[in-house]
Design a binder for this molecule. Sequence first.
Ligand SMILES: [Zn+2]
Length: 341
Amino acid sequence: MDLTFPFADPPAPGTVTTVAPGLLWARLALPFRLDHVNIYFIETDDGFLIVDTGISDKPTRAAWETLFAGPLKGARFAGLIVTHHHPDHIGLAGWLTERLDIPLLTSRTAFFACLTFFNSPELLAASPYSRFYIRHGMSEDLAAVVSTMGHDYMRMLSKPPFTYQRLAAGDLLPAGGRTFEVMSGDGHSPEQLMLHAPADKLFLAADQVIEKISPNVSVTAFEPWGNPLGAFLASQEAIAATVADDTLVLAGHRLPFYGAAARCRALVAHHRERCDVIANACAAAPKSAADLIPVLFDKRPLSPHETSFAFSEILAHLNHMAALGEVTWEEDGGRARVRRA
Ligand SMILES: [Zn+2]
């Protein structure tokens, strides 16, 4: 089944689009190549639950004020749900919960990750993390740049609130006449939350299933042996088995669409294809994660942010392929490379 798109255009800045009764959609700009994030408002008896926040910067706070003074004028708010700890989703959680005097509802992982990055931003540039890049084939100079500038966006956070309410997979979230089932999926971000209202045919997918974009799946320097791609693929299978085709998918980026299972299958196939490209590339000689960047990504020079994403995504494939026995790691003079098994 092809995907279908009931809304041809996203809401213009400062406006909201009603995607279903009691469910509003707005967009906030991001200063990246992916230039926007979607925000949703779920109506409840006590006011709207806001879903996600945008990054913490002046233009995004101004965009929120425009919404509050315009289409949301006089609206009541019951809480803020944050789907995961990436700054385009959690960045303004502290500011919004204080500004509106509402609780933060999120996963335990997202809350503590946000606390860590806010309180110890210098952690991202710690030397064990730059050594991780060197070990996987980057030059010392590039590793120094990527492990600092490549993570600048992780600092786009407002001071998190002191408390939060935990949402976890299996929880039921009543909202107006609806009940959302909380789902969670790993791979793009640990314990990323999704909201599924099967009776109302609505699925707030966060960044787990997006049309056109393949959500970034990265091995982080914090968890160098992790297999986020394995977890991501398992989550795609679970979503494909759970979310019906006539359910409207509302993701963190790009347009709402129908066809969740088809999109999940396409994402699984895309990653399989990338694994095959990697297997071929390291058949003749072993390759490091850094060696594989020009094989899988644009040949044009990548920014530190893009290099960091590309590198970490490739490593996710390598760790997954190693777990499947498709490649083996070899280490030589502190440099790690994979060889086709
Ligand atoms: Zn996102």
